[in-house]
Structure formats: structure tokens, C-alpha cells
Design a protein around this ligand. Structure first.
Ligand SMILES: Cc1ncc(C[n+]2csc(CCOP(=O)(O)OP(=O)(O)O)c2C)c(N)n1
Ligand SMILES: [Mg+2]
Length: 384
């Protein structure tokens, strides 16, 4: 857990204040406003300290792992930039929620998994699916609604699914994936495998009853489930301050007698290491963990969001810690990445995204007779 006190990456209200018997609402509001005000000098100091922390983490990992994490983050970023272009051109229909700014969360967390572990997430799912190993071709074709997509073109952006790599969605109902993941973790335990289940959800999903029921059950039954709250500080246009009585989500873990951690979501290696600790706990002790990973989305909630609920200055403040730029800079400073290696990563990513676009363009539309396939395990009789 970080020791730093003042930063937009830190919880803005401490648990003692929030629980505070005898503390008036006015006092709470003032305390929250005071900690939310950002002192540029302290912020600079914190950024410098976090930079040093990441550089120390870099020393603990081998070059291949570090380059793989960087490759995946760059792939997700470039993939989505192209997807946004295609959306604007009308090639992608329906809702489309970009992950730009949050890449370090999926990449760091999934980097700590075994290929046979399970992953579930919300509708903001392109990054998780790519990091889990679904091919960029199949993800892009799914966004295009084409037959070659990972959900056969019938799910679209919000419903990516790839059982082949144990990626179990892509869920559009806020918080709906949390009890499903709890069930998946129960199934793994029941079958006696040592597979771990990772479930991602936004901070707005924490306000759903399903979150409470799932965490209570997971700890009571000792399920190997890791609950990852990607706290990007907004649920659509509503800031967490306006929606959550306790904004420090990691503080909810003790209420379930569960292990919990607050993690810097702009540092891919902080995410990687925290998830590794949680995976170890799940795999060897069959115990759940709640991770609050504080992050920020650089784009609107979805492609149709005009974004007039936050200022450009606020977005730019967070972009100063763009997880890709931070990681790339630190790798270079530590001598683990040179210009040639960076160009090679960019080149391979460009080719992968170009291939994905061509695949999606040339993939056929789903056939009309596919309309009712893959919906029910035992389809109802046509003449019933
Ligand atoms: C049960 C339910 N209520 C409302 C919605 C509408 N809705 C879609 S996204 C969203 C905000 C969710 O925010 P958060 O959980 O923080 O995830 P983020 O979009 O920030 O990744 C809402 C309210 C929904 N899809 N499902
Ligand atoms: Mg959110």
C-alpha cells in the first residue's frame, strides 16, 4: 500500500473520516475538498517518487517480460485508436467504450496469470480480451459485427467472449459479471483445479448489491477469486465523489474479512506485483482478494460521450502519468529499452492492427440462419 498522502491517484477520503461517528457532513465535505485540492509541488514530488518505485520494480523483472508488457499496452492503445477511427467512419455500430489510459490495469493484472485462469470484465473489454490472448483479428471483426469475430459477430464491442482462452466476457449489465465470476471460482474449487478467476469492474459497480453479496460469499466459502475494481473515478458522467459514500474502495475489504490493496493503476508493474500476490493467495490458500486499482480514462465514457462533466485541465493532469509513456521512459532510463527495440514494438503493433482491420473488412456478415445459434445450450424446438 502506498504511503503517499496527496495525489489524484490516492483515495481522497480516508476510512476514519468516512466512518466518523460525530463528524458532521459539512466537516466531511470540507475534508474531502481539502484533500482533493492538488498542491503542484507535492504532486511533482509524488510523481518523482512513483517514478523511482517503478524503476526499482524494473530491476526485479527480466527483459522479455518487460517488453511483453509494453508491447501489449501499445497494442491495446493503437488498436483502439484505429477502432475509434473505424467507429467514426460508421464501420462499427452500437456502443463502444474505449480503454485508453487504463491499459496498465488489464496488462499488469493478466500478466500475473496462467493461461488457464479465467477472466471476466465489463463492457469496456477490448484491452482485457487482447491481453488474455484473443487475436486482434477476432476482436476487430467482432467490433465490426462480422462472422469472423470472437462472438461470431453477434456480441459487438460490449460482448467479446473467447472460451478458447478462458475469457468469459464482456458484460453490459453494470456489476453483472461479479456474481458470475464468483460462480466460476466456485466451480474451479468444486472441480479441484487450482485455476484462479479474475473479475474486473468499475467503481460504480461497487454500489451494486451484487458486489456485496459476491464478496461476502467468496470470503465465507474461501473462493479463489480476485475482485479488481478499476477505479477510473467516473461512472458515465458522475464522479465518484457524487456517488459513493466511501471512495476508498480498498477499505471495503475488511468488511468481508478479506485481503485488500490499493494499487497505482498508472504503473503496470505495481499492478503486476499486487495481482501476483493475490494470485498466490488464491492458488495456494484458496482465498479471495479485493484490489482497488486507481486509474483514469482519457476518453469519454463511450464514443457518444461529449464529456462536458470534466475539464481539459483535469484530463491533462492525469495524462502526465500516461502509463505507456511512464513505463517507456523508465525502461529507457534503466537501459532496458533502446530506440531500436521501441521501434520494433511499434512496427509489430502497426502490422498486427493493420492485419486486424483487413481481416474485419473482409470477414463476411453473419448468415441469417445464425441468428438463434449460440444462445441457448438446448435450443427450444422451432415448432414449439
Ligand atoms: C445495472 C445497470 N445500470 C445502469 C447501467 C447504465 N450504465 C452503463 S455504464 C454505467 C457506468 C458504470 O461505471 P463504472 O462501473 O465506474 O465503469 P466504467 O464505465 O467507468 O468503466 C452505467 C450506469 C447499466 N449498464 N447497468
Ligand atoms: Mg468508473
Amino acid at each position: 500500500m502506498s504511503e503517499l498522502k496527496v495525489t489524484p491517484m490516492k483515495p481522497r477520503m480516508q476510512a476514519e473520516e468516512a466512518s466518523g461517528a460525530g463528524v458532521s457532513i459539512q466537516a466531511k465535505v470540507e475534508a474531502a475538498a481539502a484533500t482533493a485540492a492538488i498542491n503542484p509541488e507535492e504532486l511533482r514530488r509524488e510523481h518523482a517518487q512513483r517514478q523511482q518505485e517503478q524503476q526499482e520494480r524494473i530491476e526485479e523483472l527480466d527483459r522479455d517480460t518487460l517488453h511483453r508488457l509494453l508491447y501489449q499496452m501499445v497494442l491495446i492503445r493503437r488498436f483502439e485508436e484505429k477502432a475509434a477511427e473505424a467507429y467514426t467512419l460508421g464501420k462499427i455500430g452500437g456502443f463502444c467504450h474505449l480503454y485508453i489510459g487504463q491499459e496498465a490495469v488489464a496488462v499488469g493484472a493478466l500478466g500475473a496469470l496462467r493461461p488457464d485462469d479465467y477472466v471476466l470484465t465489463s463492457y469496456r473489454d477490448h484491452g482485457h480480451s487482447l491481453a488474455k490472448g484473443t487475436s486482434p483479428d477476432e476482436v476487430m471483426a467482432e467490433l465490426y459485427g462480422k462472422a469472423g469475430g470472437c462472438s461470431a459477430g453477434k456480441g459487438g464491442s460490449m460482448h467479446l467472449f473467447d472460451a478458447g482462452v478462458n475469457f468469459l466476457g464482456g458484460h453490459a449489465i453494470v456489476g453483472g459479471q461479479i456474481p458470475l465470476a464468483t460462480g466460476v471460482a466456485f466451480a474451479a474449487k468444486y472441480r479441484g483445479t487450482d485455476q484462479v478467476t479474475l473479475v474486473f469492474f468499475g467503481e460504480a459497480a461497487v454500489n451494486q448489491g451484487a458486489f456485496h453479496e459476491s464478496l461476502n460469499m467468496a470470503q465465507l466459502w474461501k473462493l479463489p477469486c480476485i475482485f479488481i475494481c478499476e477505479n477510473n473515478q467516473y461512472g458515465m458522467g458522475t464522479s465518484l465523489e457524487r456517488a459513493m459514500s466511501l471512495q476508498d474502495v480498498s477499505q471495503k475489504a475488511p468488511a468481508y474479512n478479506m485481503a485488500g490493496e490499493f494499487v497505482d493503476g498508472m504503473d503496470v508493474l505495481d499492478v503486476y506485483q499486487a495481482t501476483k500476490r493475490a494470485v498466490e493467495r488464491a492458488r495456494t490458500e484458496s482465498l479471495p482478494t479485493l484490489l482497488e486499482i486507481r486509474t483514469y480514462r482519457f476518453m469519454g465514457h463511450s464514443m457518444s460521450d461529449p464529456g462536458n462533466y470534466r475539464t481539459r485541465a483535469e484530463i491533462e493532469k492525469h495524462q502526465e502519468r500516461d502509463p505507456i509513456v511512464v513505463f517507456r521512459t523508465n525502461l529507457k532510463e534503466k537501459g532496458t529499452l533502446d530506440d531500436a527495440a521501441m521501434n520494433d514494438i511499434e512496427q509489430r503493433v502497426r502490422e498486427a492492427v493493420e492485419r486486424a482491420l483487413q481481416f474485419a473488412e473482409s470477414s463476411p456478415e453473419p448468415a441469417p440462419e445464425e441468428l438463434f445459434t449460440h444462445i441457448y445450450a438446448n435450443p427450444p424446438r422451432q415448432d414449439a
